[in-house]
Write a protein that binds this ligand. Structure first.
Ligand code: R5P
Length: 295
């Protein structure tokens, strides 16, 4: 049986269909004071549950909701909860960058363990360090085929794949190679206090009149891609697209990206919003099946 939160409905229902499992959505609401409430949709006793709940939008709410869902399941007799997190929040603080900071995934993992989670599947966690810091048996599910299909399905065929920073370069380079496209990469400096981003080309190609696609795991404020896109536009790039796995698109990200020349931003269904344009269900279901889930 799969149980899921409403913010993961699209992905969870598709995964359930692929695995041949029943799926039910938790009832959720927010009290007037802002506290989260969850309730099992049925009190049928379920020995084993795959719980799918993403952690955005609103990472704190989704996380507390996940804890409450686990507690409700355990109280109802569930013996084994396997948690599937389509987007793992707090993963970027995977180390102490400045003295006095936490390693955020660690307490998240500890709290999840306390409510009975022993095993987790995370879709494209920001880093292996983040997965390790959770301290649980965790699987980082790669979705490079889904990402490639999303790039192939763009309105215009790109000629250049661009990584907005060196962390994105492995994924972007592999994609460029698999599609026979050129590859370009930027180097990024982020001010750890203000969050301000500056990018400079590291591996260069001529982008004049070419269609380019940025590829990254996360687009949050849009600052990284916007900075690099402005440089490409100044160099005469044609259409510019941005494809992320997790398109959080917070604040004025859409406006910022559009004014930097990005024509369209798309993300997967790990985060359900109006940028959601492709699914990672097949690769997620395949990984779950490999670990004994589903029919
Ligand atoms: C960071 O290393 C990530 O891979 C993304 O590049 C980053 O989270 C994007 O953030 P923003 O859109 O706020 O620049």
């Amino acid at each position: 049986m799969i149980l899921f939160g409403p913010h993961s409905a699209l992905l969870a229902q598709e995964v359930a269909g692929l695995l041949g499992l029943r799926a039910m959505c938790f009832d959720t609401k927010v009290f007037p004071d802002g506290e989260s409430y969850v309730k099992l949709p049925s009190t049928e006793r379920l020995e084993e549950v795959l719980l799918i709940n993403t952690m955005f939008p609103d990472q704190d709410k989704r996380f507390v909701e996940t804890l409450l869902m686990c507690d409700a399941l355990t109280r109802n007799g569930t013996k084994r909860i396997t948690l599937v997190v389509p987007y793992l929040a707090y993963a970027r603080q995977d180390k102490v960058f400045l003295p006095g900071e936490p390693v955020s995934p660690k307490p998240l993992g500890q709290a999840l363990r306390c409510v009975g989670v022993e095993e987790m599947f995370v879709v494209e966690a920001h880093s292996e360090e983040a997965i390790g810091a959770l301290g649980l048996k965790s699987h980082n599910v790669r979705v490079s085929d889904s990402l490639r299909r999303a790039v192939e399905a763009l309105d215009e065929k790109p000629q250049v794949v661009v990584a907005p920073d060196s962390k994105a370069s492995g994924r972007a380079r592999a994609l460029a190679e698999s599609l026979g496209l050129e590859f370009m990469c930027f180097k990024k400096q982020r001010d750890r206090v203000t969050g301000h981003v500056e990018t400079t080309p590291e591996i260069e190609v001529d982008v004049k009149d070419k269609t380019v696609v940025f590829v990254d795991d996360i687009i949050s404020t849009g600052g990284s891609v916007a900075s690099a896109a402005s440089t490409l536009k100044k160099r005469g790039a044609g259409q510019v697209f941005a494809v992320a796995i997790h398109a959080l698109m917070v604040g004025n990200a859409e406006q910022l990206l559009s004014s930097s020349g990005v024509r369209r931003v798309i993300g997967s269904n790990t985060v359900q919003n109006r940028f959601t344009a492709y699914s990672v269900a097949h690769e997620l279901a395949e990984e779950l099946r490999k670990h004994g889930f589903g029919k």
